[in-house]
Design a protein around this ligand. Structure first.
Ligand SMILES: Nc1ncnc2c1ncn2[C@@H]1O[C@H](COP(=O)(O)OP(=O)(O)O)[C@@H](O)[C@H]1O
Ligand SMILES: [Mg+2]
Length: 238
């Protein structure tokens, strides 16, 4: 039985009077790839932002590696291995590919290992190695997503949170990004994957949670969710 890495208990998040997350429970074990699906506005992004301390909960508890994250400072999260690849990627468009990747390692002082990790990231993304000197803003959308994921990998995440990595990408590029997600999972990195493309997300994940207007309405194995008729109708276009 593997260890629980993340435990979210009765989490509530509000923006002023808007209750975006209304008391959710989530659990992720070491090594799992978990999908979080749901319609626009369900509260998925808010959940991810709360997990990395960008948004403060109004109630509930987040335990990471058995410890509450309530007292962590913004700059502690990456150091603890909680890393978000945000919706829209958030890369530095005026920096080169390699400079962007280096930014992911800014909390680390183990220079030799950072250099080794850079090679490892280039191994995952040969395309980025070819373009290491190119300004990130001039890359295609798929390449920019690779930079965003590669940058997160440079911080040696323990839990990698991905917000809509396939958003706005052509189908063939989406396949490529999911191939990379599978490779990262195979390296043992635990992931929470938020995706509009629910089918592909559930085909890739071990387990999934379904969010509807701030609530988790279903939690099951990815296989069961894929076979669930209500889920098929609502999210899988079947
Ligand atoms: N910065 C914000 N200020 C006010 N309301 C917000 C903010 N961000 C999100 N919301 C609202 O919170 C709800 C959940 O949004 P979000 O977490 O972005 O959902 P999802 O990622 O599932 O589409 C929505 O009703 C949205 O309008
Ligand atoms: Mg979102």
């Amino acid at each position: 039985m593997s260890q629980t890495l993340l435990q979210v208990k009765d989490l509530k998040v509000a923006y002023g009077g808007i209750h975006a997350v209304k008391g959710i429970n989530l659990e992720i074990k070491q090594g799992e790839l978990v999908a979080l699906i749901g319609a626009n506005g369900a509260g998925k992004t808010t959940t991810l932002k709360t997990l990395i301390g960008m948004v403060k909960p109004s109630d509930g508890e987040i335990m990471f590696n058995g410890k509450s994250t309530a007292k962590l400072h913004a700059y502690d999260y990456v150091r603890h291995g909680l890393v978000l690849v945000p919706e829209g990627r958030g890369i530095f468009s005026r920096l080169t590919v390699e400079e962007n990747l280096q930014m992911g390692a800014y909390v680390r002082d183990d220079k030799a290992e950072v250099a080794a990790d850079l090679e490892r990231v280039y191994g995952l993304f040969p395309r980025l190695k070819e373009r290491y000197k190119q300004l990130a803003g001039t890359l295609s959308g798929g390449e920019q997503q690779m930079v965003a994921i590669g940058r997160a990998m440079m911080s040696r995440p323990k839990l990698l949170l991905l917000d809509e990595p396939s958003m706005g990408l052509a189908p063939i590029i989406v396949q490529k990004i999911f191939e990379i997600i599978r490779m990262i999972a195979a390296e043992g990195v635990t992931m929470l994957l938020v995706e509009q493309n629910a089918k592909l997300a559930l085909q890739t994940a071990n387990r999934g949670y379904v969010m509807e207007s701030g609530h988790v309405t279903l939690a099951d194995s990815a296989a069961n969710l894929l076979a669930n008729e209500a889920i098929q109708k609502a999210y899988l276009g079947e």
